[in-house]
Ligand binder design. Structure first.
Ligand code: ZN
Ligand code: ZN
Length: 311
């Protein structure tokens, strides 16, 4: 099961009734958040999550509405007793940005580990994943380039799902019963000079869960490919189609443009987010988007879903 919560859904500046865009995912005892604008620590509290559990913070880019909440968030995490290391990952320059912001958040009781993705994006190496991940198969985090006014990444979080244990195969291969449990947990065992690997007893891997997060970008064919088949796409719908020119100029996108990505990438569901402060109510632009991709929903602060594996 993967918990997903859109903690805030505003772009540029927070408003009294709209926190800045930030998403949270919780899986197997660890929590990750994507982006941390001003006030995200409060948005998180309002949504009912615990900052001390955050093991991974992914930053799309370094505009203030995506990073300026970091010092407060880190202090909140410390206040809630976090001592395990925390990874902060983002585009090149992430280390410099984080250490500048940390000048006003000194004496943290946990280590901050920085990972800077190469310009072309790629997969977050496993050693940077949250340490308390106890759900079996570790999650996979992939960054892919967006097209904004500064280097920016979209993120895909995938939860793989291993195959089912196959006792018939285990018997056929004469695997001692006492090893079945270990192999089922995904560990390789050696016994009496023979090596037993999990693939000897496990069936084909099953469909897992995928959530993609895309904001502060023009639509591109590369983004469509990167988010293809996601169960949930959280994507900026900063403007309605009446502001299409403004979206182009500021390197953002409209709700219908987000819907076209969702349709072309055949995702399960689309949540719109990162609304312009000039868009008081996203109902109209969501309606426009629904005409292109019917499974579009307007994001709102605290919007939450529990995604479950197919079987
Ligand atoms: Zn933004
Ligand atoms: Zn931006």
């Amino acid at each position: 099961m993967l918990d997903v919560c859109l903690m805030g859904c505003g772009g540029s500046i927070p408003k009294p009734d709209r926190w800045l865009t930030s998403a949270l995912m919780r899986y197997g005892g660890e929590t990750l958040i994507i982006d941390c604008g001003e006030g995200t620590q409060l948005a998180m509290k309002e949504a009912g999550f615990v900052a001390g559990k955050i093991g991974l913070i992914l930053l799309t880019h370094f505009h203030a509405d995506h990073v300026s909440g970091l010092p407060g968030m880190l202090l909140s995490m410390a206040n809630e007793g976090r001592t395990d290391p925390v990874t902060i990952a983002g585009p090149k320059g992430c280390g410099r940005i984080v250490s500048s912001l940390c000048v006003i958040a000194q004496g943290l009781p946990f280590q901050i580990v920085i990972y800077e993705f190469p310009n072309g994006g790629g997969e977050l190496p496993t050693e940077y994943l949250p340490v308390n991940n106890n759900a079996g198969d570790p999650m996979k985090v992939t960054a892919y380039p967006a097209r904004h006014s500064m280097p920016c990444f979209g993120y895909k979080v995938s939860i793989p799902r291993r195959g089912k244990f196959d006792p018939v195969r285990a018997k056929e291969k004469d695997i001692p019963v006492k090893l079945w449990g270990t192999l089922q947990r995904g560990d390789t065992v050696e016994l009496d000079g023979k090596v037993y690997t999990p693939d000897m007893v496990m069936g084909e891997s099953r469909r897992g869960l995928v959530v993609s997060y895309v904001t502060d970008t023009r639509p591109t064919p590369e983004i469509v490919e990167a988010v293809r088949g996601s169960d949930l796409l959280i994507c900026e719908g900063m403007f309605g189609s009446d502001k299409a020119e403004r979206a182009k100029k500021s390197r953002h996108m409209t709700a219908p443009e987000a819907a076209a990505i969702a349709r072309d990438a055949e995702v399960g569901e689309l949540w719109l987010t990162h609304y312009s402060p000039s868009l008081p109510d996203p109902a109209e632009s969501t309606e426009e988007a629904r005409r292109i991709f019917p499974k579009t929903e307007a994001g709102f602060d605290g919007k939450h879903v529990l995604l479950r594996f197919e079987d």
